[in-house]
Design a protein around this ligand. Structure first.
Ligand SMILES: OC[C@H]1O[C@H](O[C@H]2O[C@H](CO)[C@@H](O)[C@H](O)[C@H]2O)[C@H](O)[C@@H](O)[C@@H]1O
Ligand SMILES: [Ca+2]
Length: 742
């Protein structure tokens, strides 16, 4: 496998082996006969026939030396359609349009070399190279190429380099959306739409009249889109959200004004949507905590523009919808997701602080976070007035419509039988209060809270979430408190004036100045309360606190490590967490969401939940690594990052470039297979994956910054952690034995 340096000079031209697909395949020049070698075009039949005889009679000169190979790296002359056909027929034996370790083909194909003008052949072998060939040819075909000159380096590329490159050059762009005339049809598409007439629809808040006008114009100019533009009323109530379920739609986010010029040179002002990155799969809208995680990867890839735009989109959501939404669809209007705005804004600020408007950017984000802190997270019903801690507890009515159709069948079945109704009729009657079922009301109060927590679903939270002061939420709020206090002190001269538009739902009067002291006190108070109610000295872990039962819970959750990320743990607590807590969550592929013991038995009547054992999620890994580093547990952070990256790289190599939403971290061979709730997102591609999955992409890029250079190399050769560490230990022992002290 080769490294990343991929540029080679050809006279005045420069072609990169690892150029992005557009640069690589859109160039006529690159794929024409530019080396003065006669390029033969083979008919599909002749090529197929020859390849059918492959390995048998055909007298090709296997591995024979081509003149320029040594200097430039091997290149193949490939007929795109014919070779794709062979790959599909011969190598994709289970017919899923991917070449994986589960296919039983011969795992070898003979390609003609470019330097010999197609006279000589060379065998491409093994799942990884063949699946990369399938991916490259699928892309080449999309760019309309019939014949290509393909660098071998694109087939045997170091997988760590390849995946990082795909994320940087392809996946981020594949997941980026803008809600404006340029691509509203892509942004508005909703794979979750359950109605009989899924059509693009956008809801615009009352405070954004220019956008309302703009989208109406887009709809009128392009009637083929069938874009339905609706204005939201000022007050958003649970009833309104429920009623909108008949017409689900996208929620408008931030735009900027741009000047446009027509062919005659006339200038007009128009609107351009601020971009955002979506998670992928069925999730084609701006999500709350996914965006934060994605921004960690984006910032490493210097896509500050995107991370900054997402912060501004969040400010827009707080200003117009009252909160950072679970996601920007009408059916998510009532609830939020785990809050990360202060950390996200500060990280972006670090990157742009040399720019003239950076301080204003940060001021707006911190003001929005302050408003969100007071009006969403520390007011009732989310605030527990007795402890002063907070809970996920959004408002809402009825059955969440966005889940898979069958998701609530087992819950609703007894009620459907009791009322002798059809499923859909019962759901409607219940949603509209024509049928009263208080027990169901209670169930869905908690279910909405579970979804707000981002951990939908888990036995840790089912039937109880709205009562739990969770370790996750309260750690995040502690982080808000400390971030806000520190920022006011260090960047705003310890005095931040709250303008009128940020006062609603807060204790402040317009124009009132806020200083850091009050935020320091809030953080201190939260820490003391969490120590008292949530910390278990014996277990060495924080646990959720049940505000209804007034007792500490016992479910062991990986979110206990968020205390490290937020900096709420004392050094002693951190040491206990690492010693006693961490081993319970450390699996083959990294940190598991919860322990097996806490999850309990599962079976037909009690099915697996995706946020329980044995599943691992990117945000849990990223927060754990960052938290461990914060307390100088470097070795632990590196080890966990290695395990996660190894698992992802191995699945990527063995399963045709797959990158999915979550992994079974106990499953070494096929961790991307997840048989819980709605399966896994990111699996469903033909030939080549174009997006990966937002937060896993980010975790990959972020994780590679955590591991050391030696580890990165070992990952590139798919070395399991145990083998790697044994080799290191052996080396250390030898080095010690050879050490001569003078
Ligand atoms: O449609 C079912 C649920 O889907 C979302 O939850 C999952 O995907 C999100 C996007 O990646 C992620 O933020 C969340 O943690 C996942 O559990 C959605 O957020 C839920 O509200 C929704 O009911
Ligand atoms: Ca296959």
């Amino acid at each position: 496998m080769q490294g990343t340096s991929g540029h080679r000079s050809r006279g005045s031209e420069e072609y990169g082996v690892y150029d992005d697909a557009k640069t690589y395949y859109a160039s006529e020049e690159r794929h024409s006969n530019r080396y003065g070698v006669r390029t033969r075009t083979y008919s599909q039949n002749s090529l197929v026939k020859q390849l059918e005889r492959m390995g048998a009679q055909e007298p090709f000169r296997r591995g024979s030396h081509d003149e320029s190979t040594m200097e430039t790296g091997r290149r193949f002359l490939v007929q795109v359609d014919a070779t794709l056909e062979i790959l599909k027929n011969q190598e994709d034996t289970d017919g899923n349009m991917q070449i994986t370790i589960e296919d039983n083909g011969p795992k070898v194909i003979s390609l003609r070399t470019a330097a010999s003008a197609g006279h000589n052949r060379f065998e491409v072998r093994g799942t990884y190279m063949l699946s990369n060939l399938l991916q490259e040819l699928t892309l080449a075909k999309e760019y309309g190429r019939k014949q290509i000159i393909l660098d071998e380096g694109r087939l045997n590329e170091n997988p760590v380099d390849r995946l990082s490159r795909l994320i940087r050059d392809h996946f981020w762009d594949g997941l980026t959306r803008r809600i404006d005339a340029s691509s509203i049809e892509i942004a508005a598409r909703d794979p979750k739409d359950w109605t009989d007439d899924p059509r693009p629809r956008i809801y615009v808040p009352i405070g954004a009249p220019e956008q309302y006008e703009y989208y109406q114009k887009v709809a009128a100019d392009r009637p083929e889109l069938r874009l339905d533009v609706q204005q939201l009323p000022e007050k958003i109530t649970p009833e309104l959200i429920r009623d909108m379920n008949d017409k689900p739609g996208l929620l408008a986010v931030a735009v900027e004004k741009v000047e446009e010029e027509d062919e005659l040179g006339n200038k007009t002002t128009s609107l351009k949507g601020l971009p955002f990155v979506v998670p992928g799969g069925r999730f084609n809208e701006l999500y709350g905590w996914d965006s934060y995680m994605e921004s960690l990867g984006l910032l490493i890839h210097e896509r500050v523009d995107l991370a900054k735009a997402m912060v501004l989109n969040f400010c827009f959501c707080i200003e117009h919808y009252g909160k950072i939404l679970n996601a920007t669809r009408s059916y998510y209007l009532g609830r939020s997701q785990p809050p990360f705005l202060t950390d996200m804004a500060l990280r972006v600020y670090e990157k742009i602080k040399h720019e003239p408007d950076s301080k204003e950017f940060l001021r707006r984000a911190i003001l929005a976070a302050i408003k969100e802190y007071h009006s969403v997270w520390t007011s009732e019903p989310r605030l527990d007035p007795v402890t002063g801690l907070s809970r996920y507890r959004p408002e809402g009515l009825g059955v969440p419509p966005e889940t898979e159709a069958t998701h609530f069948v087992h819950i609703l079945k007894p009620y459907i039988e009791k009322h002798k109704m059809e499923f859909q009729d019962f759901v409607r009657a219940y949603n509209y209060g024509e049928i009263k079922e208080p027990e169901l009301d209670e169930y869905f109060l908690h279910d909405r809270a579970v979804r707000e927590s981002g951990h939908d679903t888990s036995y840790r939270l089912e039937g109880v979430c709205a009562d739990l002061a969770t370790i996750d939420l309260n750690s995040l709020l502690f982080k808000y408190e400390t971030d806000i206090g520190r920022t006011i002190r260090s960047l705003f001269g310890d005095k931040l004036v709250i303008p009128a538009e940020f006062c609603q739902g807060t204790p402040y009067q317009p124009g009132e100045a806020v200083s850091s002291a009050v935020w320091d006190r809030r953080a201190k108070r939260r820490k003391l309360t969490m120590d008292k109610l949530m910390w278990n000295e014996e277990e060495g872990m924080f646990f959720d606190y049940d505000t209804a039962k007034r007792q500490r819970c016992t479910y062991e959750t990986a979110t206990t490590l968020w205390a490290l990320w937020a900096g709420i743990a004392t050094p002693k607590q951190a040491a206990d967490l690492v010693k006693k807590g961490l081993p319970r969550f450390e699996m083959f592929g990294g940190v598991v969401a919860g322990t097996e013991k806490s999850r309990g038995e599962i079976g037909l009547e009690r099915p697996n939940r995706q946020w329980d054992y044995p599943y691992g999620w990117a945000p849990q890994q990223m927060l754990a690594w960052t938290g461990l580093l914060r307390y100088s547990f470097t070795e632990e952070a590196e080890r966990l990052a290695y395990k996660w990256l190894f698992m992802i790289t191995k699945a990527f190599v063995d399963f045709n470039g797959v990158v999915v939403e979550k992994y079974d971290v106990t499953r070494p061979v096929d961790p991307h297979r997840v048989d819980a709730e709605y399966g896994n997102q990111g699996l469903d591609f033909k030939g080549v994956a174009k997006e990966g999955f937002g937060w896993v992409n980010a975790s990959y890029v972020y994780g590679l910054q955590i591991v050391n250079a030696h580890m990165r190399r070992a990952l590139g050769t798919l070395t399991p952690y145990e083998t790697f560490i044994k080799a290191i230990e052996l080396n250390n022992e030898r080095a010690l034995a050879n050490l001569t002290l003078t």
